[in-house]
Design a binder for this molecule. Structure first.
Ligand SMILES: [Mg+2]
Length: 282
């Protein structure tokens, strides 16, 4: 094993997110229609979905005024981006705090409706990582309990050693609020060929989560591998902090994401999860 710590994203990284989140997507749309009382939501939804699908890099997920991820990367993001677009068009729920609360409520209320569909090799890869003895931690935006339950279903040998840190808020671009030499040295953004907007790096909440692990386990960022399926959310920050980063590709991976990873000093991609084992030398 070439690393002292492996950090894994969960949704889309260990799961086939398009397959598992189909029921989430349908339930989210129905729930939004009911909560907002919009009889014609279906029609607006179809139209906005087509706009996002035609230019997903541009129509990214906007959070607190920043575009923080590609809009079509998975059904969870897609649902949020489409609903934001509809609300903007109609001038509904325009108070940012109210909007944030609505989107968060819809996400958390409907996330449990998603199926659980793991990528091929998920169990084998997790088991190999756990058997290596190297600390392996899941860091996810989803709720800890929801992800713990899914991992229980996968039931890998060594399950008890797989820690889950949920609610990582990788989507929040925010300062740290305290001096920290590593964070202070980060650039605000990186530019990638083929992407008209910058990728925003300074994500204080995600940093706090990573730092807590590095401090607790006494591991340096440089000896850490971070694995994810969305470059901006999972990898842009740790890549700039000196960690090795690994993008697990899927059908909806944007070409610019692949270029962004290949532009990192220690970045690589693989089609499936088995590439992660090759990467760590197992
Ligand atoms: Mg993911």
């Amino acid at each position: 094993m070439n690393y002292e710590l492996v950090i894994l994203d969960f949704d889309g990284t260990f799961t086939d997110v398009e397959k598992e989140a189909g029921p989430f997507f349908a339930a989210y749309k129905a729930d939004a229609k009911a909560r907002l009382g919009l009889a014609d939501l279906e029609e607006a939804w179809e139209r906005c979905q087509a706009i996002v699908a035609a230019d997903p890099a541009h129509y990214g997920w906007s959070y607190e005024g920043h575009v923080v991820a590609p809009g079509n990367a998975d059904p969870y993001l897609r649902a949020t981006v489409i609903l934001n677009m509809i609300l903007d068009e109609r001038g509904l729920v325009s108070d940012p705090e109210e909007r944030r609360k609505l989107l968060q409520t819809l996400y958390h209320a409907n996330y449990p409706k998603a199926d659980t569909v793991f990528r091929p090799d998920a169990k084998r890869v997790v088991e190999a990582l756990l058997a290596s003895g190297v600390p392996t931690v899941v860091v996810t935006n989803s709720e800890t309990s929801a992800v713990e339950a899914k991992i229980d279903l996968l039931s890998p040998a060594g399950r008890e050693r797989l820690r889950v840190c949920g609610d990582a808020k990788k989507y929040i671009v925010a300062e740290l609020g305290e001096p920290d030499p590593r964070f202070d040295a980060l650039p605000a953004e990186v530019c990638v060929e083929g992407l008209r907007r910058p990728i925003l790096v300074r994500r204080g909440h995600y940093y706090r989560q990573l730092r807590a692990l590095w401090d607790e386990l006494e591991v340096a960022p440089e000896h850490t591998l971070v694995v994810g399926d969305i470059f901006e959310l999972d990898l842009a920050l740790p890549g700039k902090l000196g960690s090795d980063v690994h993008l697990v590709l899927k059908e909806m991976t944007e070409e610019y994401e692949r270029r962004a990873v290949e532009g990192c000093a220690h970045g690589a991609v693989s089609d499936g999860l088995r590439g992660v084992l090759t990467r760590v030398g197992l």
